[in-house]
Design a protein around this ligand. Sequence first.
Ligand code: AKB
Length: 316
Amino acid sequence: MTEKILIIGAGGQIGTELTLALRDIYGDTNVVATDIRESAVLAESGPFEILDAMSADAIHRVVSKYKITQVYLLAAMLSATAEKNIELGWRLNMKSLANVLELAREKIIHKVYWPSSIAAFGPNTPKEGVDQYTIMDPNTVYGISKLSGELWCRYYHDRFGVDVRSLRYPGIISWKSQPGGGTTDYAIHIYHEALENGAYESFLDKGTRLPMMYMPDAIRATLELMEAPSDQITIRSSYNLGAISFAPEDIAASIQKFIPNFEISYNPDFRQAIADSWPSSIDDSGAREDWGWNHQFDLDDITDDMLSNIRKMKRK
Ligand code: AKB
């Protein structure tokens, strides 16, 4: 069977790169990108439709039109933005997932990918080496939606046999597309500001160590999880997924290896409380054991690659 893949929320930070990666594997015409907003990049390389993830009917129409077999649901309101739009954040994050899980229950599609996040943890979660099954008491709208979504995924798998797979992403660093309103976005802004102004004022304080990952690792993890045989997937809520952990001063020190005069200052805002409720490092042995997860990029590799790609992009 030729897989026909639908990506909902394809215009976002992860969606853009995931769409292009999936088009490389499955062929441009077999990967349908959708978003609430136009995306020239995605429309140039394959089918693109405007789609509201909260509309079950609209999703149904696109699924029928393209005879879709798998859905990657990436539409979401992230941590910082959702704190300012509580009701819409909750509605978007939950309704979009319910719409897609229902399509799978009705066997119209046969596989679903949905991302969770380190935001599903909370202030009473231990800080270091966080276990897959730990205390989870998120205190943000985004985090509550992610933990609830994980439980819905597991329920649809256990009760209806839906093949749904999920990862708890750490903060994702990338240069091709802009971050979308998260608490970890500082770790992208800092590279742009380092090249533009030689200085950055961080909205997270010194010492705020969070789990992070480079985009190529995140894309590879997603594809590897989705390609693993179903019987190797033992966690149907969402897998812990780790790579590296760092604080703003660590990324600044890494940048100073390439730009010696770079300076960082600190001016924490409301996002500090969100970051403080998240763990610092993750135990992802489940992913490593079940489907062979291994990250490739450490902090200096990321810095090197980010700075050289942003430089190239600015020259164009
Ligand atoms: C955010 O900061 O909200 C996201 C996330 C960790 O899920 N990057």
